[in-house]
Design a protein around this ligand. Structure first.
Ligand code: NAG
Ligand code: NAG
Length: 458
């Protein structure tokens, strides 16, 4: 959890994208004043990097290695095993839970050396580091990691670096560092690479697809802490790439960094889950939602290079490049929706609703995220099945109240079953109606009961 102060600094950095930044301000000052300002806000500080080595031989207790190029003799590190690094972002540390979790999942999947990279001293607001400084520091961290990779003496094809937020850019700098020493690392996975202060920067100053043989990126908070622009060979935009389901609205999502953190939750889940995060290559999110048939046909084999799976296994679809879209579930993990359950549920939903009924319901669905723009119930059923939870806001005449907005929440409760909560009390007149509703309420309520009954058995 980010501390409030950290969030404010981060937010102000984010706002700095639209507003004059320190460099612009500097132009209006004398050079000595400018130097002071830069020292305060943007100069980097020496960064002490520490490594936590996880292997199958020491799953419970990672070995802590200090110093830039720590001595690996006597540790369970083995140079015949592939090596992975995991780098945190602003205001975090190398033994944070999600790094430990991803290290564990990786070690379940494969026999590896996994290093959690700690650069807390260069990334912590409590240690006096603001986001501007941390942004500078992440470059040094990347260079340090890149040099450590060189010392390992393994071929680039055995190296994979995973980084979150500023750590994703650090991974890019590590890749650039090994490249200047003459070899390219196999892979970088960028988990919601930091956006603030990186928006206008050139490929040399951020994570870029040139930094490794394969660069896969997950965007989960593109409008705030993350970056919207595609950076890798393949870029995944789950749920449009921002404001993830269940994260709440502004400012809750920002204060908890919920959407920003979804990227590592998705990645973690993708490693050993039987359910694959199938993603479609589309021109944009709107097309994906409204006209999926206009997206490239995706038969899950990836052979045509048109689809991929988000996360760890995207490397198995190296020809599937570009921007990929997918929907995940609202509920706490698992986030993934399997293709078979999605298809079954969609079919059942469609079979159960005759054309007239579909139109009637459709006419009264006015508040489902992103569904307003959809033209038919097929899309409704399909998205419904993927998302698991849908809030329908309907307006109906209520006893004693007149017209009222009634939120109806359909929630996926696991095992292919849905439950409904009609969130209104008879005497609770809120006068909330926006008057949009015109059909007799009886018909509407029957329609809703039908949906609920059908999906309840789905
Ligand atoms: C990672 O996955 C494991 C296994 O499903 C789970 O127990 C853990 O909570 C997950 N961690 C994160 C950060 O999502
Ligand atoms: C439904 O209406 C209520 C009250 O007008 C509003 O607070 C809520 O955000 C709406 N829900 C959705 C999903 O739009």
């Amino acid at each position: 959890m980010l501390s409030l102060a950290a969030v404010l600094i981060f937010l102000s950095a984010s706002l700095a994208e639209q507003q004059p930044d320190v460099f612009t301000i500097c132009g209006k000052l004398s050079s000595s004043q400018c130097r002071v300002l830069k020292r305060r806000f943007v100069s980097s500080t020496p960064v002490a990097v520490k490594y936590y080595l996880h292997t199958r031989q020491n799953k419970e207790t990672p070995i802590v290695l200090e110093g830039k190029n720590p001595d690996l003799s006597g540790t369970p590190f083995r140079s015949n095993r592939p090596t992975k690094f995991i780098i945190h972002g602003f205001n975090s540390q190398g033994d944070v839970q999600w790094i430990v979790d991803i290290a564990n999942e990786l070690l379940i999947a494969e026999d590896l050396n996994v290093f959690g990279v700690d650069w807390q001293k260069g990334a912590s607001p409590l240690g006096g580091i603001n986001y501007f400084k941390a942004k500078k520091n992440c470059r040094k961290v990347g260079q340090t990691v890149g040099n450590f990779v060189r010392q390992l003496g393994q071929p680039g094809s055995m190296i994979h670096i995973i980084g979150h937020s500023l750590g994703a850019h650090a991974a890019g700098f590590a890749g650039k560092t090994t490249q200047s020493a003459g070899f390219t690392i196999a892979r970088i996975s960028g988990l919601d690479p930091a956006g603030p202060l990186f928006k206008i920067s050139r490929p040399t100053k951020r994570l870029d697809k040139g930094d490794a043989t394969f660069v896969d990126v997950i965007h989960t908070d593109a409008h705030w802490y993350g970056k919207r622009k595609p950076l890798g060979h393949v870029d995944f935009y789950p749920n449009e790439g921002w404001n993830q389901p269940g994260c709440g609205d502004f400012p809750v999502d920002q204060l908890t960094a919920c959407s920003h953190g979804r990227a590592y939750e998705f990645y973690n889940e993708s490693i050993n889950s039987a359910c694959q995060f199938l993603a479609y290559r589309c021109p944009d999110w709107y097309t994906f939602i409204v006209n999926r048939e206009q997206c490239d046909y995706c038969d899950h084999s990836g052979l045509n290079g048109a689809c991929s799976v988000m996360g760890y296994h995207s490397i198995n679809y190296p020809d599937s490049q570009g921007s990929m879209y997918l929907v995940t579930k609202h509920l706490p993990p698992p986030h993934c929706v399997s293709e078979t359950s999605r298809q079954q549920s969609t079919t059942q939903c469609l079979q159960s609703l005759g054309p007239d009924m579909r139109q009637q319901i459709w006419d009264h669905v006015d508040s489902i995220a992103d569904m307003k723009e959809m033209g038919n119930l097929e899309d409704f059923c399909s998205l419904y099945s993927e998302m698991g939870t849908v809030v329908l806001n309907i307006t109906a005449p209520m006893p004693n109240c007149g017209l009222e907005d009634i939120p109806v929440i359909l929630e996926y409760i696991g095992d292919g079953k849905y439950d409904s909560v009609v969130a209104w009390a008879e005497d609770d007149c809120t006068g909330s109606s926006n008057g949009a509703f015109t059909l007799p309420s009886a018909m509407l309520l029957i329609a809703l009961q039908l949906i609920v009954a059908v999906l309840g058995n789905a």
